[in-house]
Design a protein around this ligand. Structure first.
Ligand SMILES: Nc1nc2c(ncn2[C@@H]2O[C@H](COP(=O)(O)OP(=O)(O)O)[C@@H](O)[C@H]2O)c(=O)[nH]1
Ligand SMILES: [Mg+2]
Length: 385
């Protein structure tokens, strides 16, 4: 059992943990179907875009032969691979059967967007590919045609990056597909063609085209799934900041509202639940599970450190002799500064740049900016007297 701290009511960590889980369930899960032959690079793409290496974890739920479902709170992956070659059932029918099996699952399993993956060094789509893409489209699923393992070559004269001639010929064909035998235009209803690699040909680097892939995936995602996608992906941090800022603004306004009657510093603890709820919601946006990352005791300690008593004590140290109150402006500014600092820490945790076990040390590093705001506001107040 964690040691009980008389200054830290249970309310606090509960506010944080509940805000995270409530936000997570409100945002829901983004489910992606990724279709392609074994070895085209599906798992590598998932890993590069979502930062999850499920192939290693092996948490897949084998649904039917050739289909696996991997999931956590924010992301579900339908990994559809391997159509049985030589089977009497045509590939489009096999896919139809898979899609029926998926449709039988509950609403939080349903596919938002499909990445149909083909290796860039293939020279065109097969009739089976075309039939399967038509099948996906007929189900109302937006399909992105993802060319994988594209080699980018730097032109030694211009310095521009380009793709090899045969890959360019494939892309040209995809932009205006015609039947090789009859010369007739083909209708292949993918919505975008994106060229990707998850590394360079030497097995290094960050990859290519992944930013376009997330941008187009977001654009094609149904409105109700867009926030879940912003949370699940790991490449675009500005999207997460855009989601966090209104939460900070709301909390700052609530804190100001709670202090319309100036609070004696010792009562500033009433701001803690507002701030911790804000922090819990922001943690959800960065797909962090602070509850499982920290022990309950450490979490409670942390809650006390960021808000409430810690704030009050710092104030008292700052201006000895009491008479100091937290007014609406101070409460709002502090809450906003706390939110901004916490957002930075969440980014660092999310990108693996800091270790959760050093959370309190990291917080101490970022906290000065928050104390600076406090000092300024308090100085202004005192100066006006
Ligand atoms: N050159 C190159 N190899 C890749 C790329 N992406 C994946 N691979 C390699 O292709 C193989 C198959 O990748 P994997 O992601 O397991 O494919 P999956 O079977 O479709 O899930 C692995 O050896 C990967 O290292 C890429 O962008 N470029
Ligand atoms: Mg795989």
């Amino acid at each position: 059992m964690a040691k009980k701290n008389a200054d830290a009511p249970d309310l606090d960590q509960k506010a944080f943990v509940e805000a995270t889980s409530e936000a997570k369930s409100r945002y829901g899960r983004f489910n992606l179907a990724i279709v392609g032959s074994s070895g085209v690079g599906k798992s590598s793409l998932v890993n590069a875009v979502f930062g999850r290496d499920w192939a290693k974890v092996g948490r897949g739920l084998p649904v039917t032969r050739g289909v696996q479902f991997y999931s956590d709170d924010s992301l579900g992956i339908w990994d559809v691979e391997g159509f049985e070659i030589g089977s009497p059932v045509p590939p489009a029918q096999q896919l139809r059967d898979h899609l029926n099996a998926i449709a039988a699952h509950s609403g939080d399993h349903q596919i938002s967007v499909v990445w149909y993956c083909v290796q860039a060094n293939d020279d065109r789509l097969t009739p089976a590919d075309i039939a399967m893409i038509r099948e996906l489209d007929a189900r109302g699923l937006p399909v992105i045609l993802v060319l994988t393992k594209v080699d980018w070559i730097k032109n030694p004269l211009t310095g521009h990056q380009g793709v090899a001639k045969d890959v360019q010929a494939f892309v040209d064909w995809l932009n205006d597909p015609v039947d090789a035998a009859t010369g007739e235009r083909l209708r292949v209803p993918y919505r975008r063609v994106i060229l990707t690699s998850t590394r360079d040909r030497h097995g290094k680097g960050k990859g290519h085209g992944l930013g376009d892939l997330v941008t187009e995936t977001l654009a094609l995602a149904p409105e109700r799934d867009k926030d879940a996608f912003r949370i699940a992906q790991r490449l675009n941090l500005p999207w997460k900041r855009e989601m966090a800022r209104p939460i900070i603004a709301t909390a700052a306004a609530a804190a100001a509202g709670a202090a319309t009657v100036p609070l004696p510093v010792s009562d500033a603890f009433t701001l803690a639940p507002i701030q911790l709820t804000m922090m819990g919601r922001i943690a959800a946006i960065y797909d962090l599970e602070v509850k499982t990352m920290l022990s309950a005791g450490a979490l409670a300690q942390f809650g006390v450190q960021v808000a409430g008593r810690a704030l009050a004590t710092s104030f008292l140290k700052l201006i000895p002799g009491a008479g100091v109150v937290v007014n609406a402006a101070v409460a709002g500014a502090l809450t906003a500064a706390t939110g901004e600092s916490w957002m930075k820490i969440c980014e660092l945790l999310h990108t693996g740049k800091i270790d959760v076990r050093k959370l309190d040390q990291e917080w101490a590093k970022y906290a000065p900016s928050f104390m600076d705001v406090a000092r300024k506001l308090v100085e202004r107040r005192v100066g006006r007297r």
